[in-house]
Design a binder for this molecule. Sequence first.
Ligand code: PFF
Length: 465
Amino acid sequence: MRGEVSSEHSNQTAISRSSFSGKVGYVLAVAGSAVGLGNIWRFPYLAAKYGGGMFLLTYLILMLTFGYTLIISETVLGRMTRKSPVGAFGTFGKSLPYKFGGWINAVIPMLIVPYYCAIGGWVTRYLFEYLKGNASLLAEDTNFTDFISDGVSVEIWFLVFTFMVVLVIIAGVTAGVERVSKIMMPLLVILAIFVAGFSVTRPGAFEGVKYFLIPNLENFSWMTVVAAMGQMFYSLSIAMGILYTYGSYMKKDVDVEKSTTQVEIFDTAIAMLAGLMIIPAVFAFSGGAPETLQAGPSLMFITIPKVFASMGFGNIAGTLFFLMVLFAALTSAISLAETGVSTFEDQLGWSRRSCSLLMGVIMLALGSASALGFSVLSFVTILGMSILDFFDFLSNSIMMPLAALSTCILIIRVVGFRAIAEEVERSSAFRRKKMYNFFLKYLAPICIVVILLSSVANVMGWITL
Ligand code: PFF
């Protein structure tokens, strides 16, 4: 019965629905979505802060179990129903819980992409300054804070980045999203290898390589697990509707399990390269001083420009580094915006161009608010947070765990493991079926609840993440 629902659905929508041209396009587009600011900006500072090698080991274990389970679940539901999240949940029921599950997955990318573009604007400005040869200006102590408190400048760079994203979205799935990913992702890998090679060969960098790669039990704490789990969600683009949407564009003959593994390897390899770029460079610069390593979010915009300026070749290293970050941020922002557009197409029935423009308007409104939250709108705080931090908190810490939980419940209670396995087996054997069932039933719900509770406890000040 369930199988009938899904195939009937696919027949109805197959004619008009966009799709990736094949396996390579699909893997590169999903990898493009996964590899983003999360890998290059967030992963290294979390790894530096929460135990180096121990964090890396915990992250790898979680990714291969919990992460794998959620990626397969969302991708298969997307491909089975050929719908973005609202339609996918709606295929199985029309009552409130289905509406909630669908919409929470669909709204998350619409809330993330505006502030993601604000940060993308900062990255574009840094690249521009490096291209002009301003490495020493960027290394000045107050450069970053001066920049984000200059409303006009921040807004202009935000608009430049957002314009690039909207252009690709209007171009469409194959001609826009897939083509950009196919060009940018290989370039990104080359740049990442190059910059990491440069960084690990600096004098004094080897201590940093050891800290990052060798697990040391002394550096392990409960926070290591919680931080690694949150990072995994963020990095793999889980629980934000993207994998439903990209799954819905996936051809039926693409091997779901294999492409998931490839995306995980790609995403983790880039995160590890980013760790190898940043942690050894910071060690070489500061001798591993804890305050520098724990700098947190400002590591990429304040510490790294100082490190580059002090190493010589500052302008070249900075240009290559920020070019790579720009590619990563663009492909991810495109996937977030594409998910919003796909929801509008499915739900409103408008043309792709109109849906892209509607998404553009949302990005402009919410993104400008986030971008200006450190200058013109700095008087606005929500729960003590800036507008950008609030959107990040709301989406990542509260809504994403709820969205992931909805997916787990949908599969456990309604869709059933059999239907998931059948969909995977349309294109290949489901090699890790038993593991998938076990993780989905037991591990995933527990991990999700842990993330949700820790995030709330963090905001209430009961624990510090
Ligand atoms: N997975 C991408 C990254 O790591 O940057 C894109 C992303 C999506 C990041 C959603 C953050 C986020 F909340």
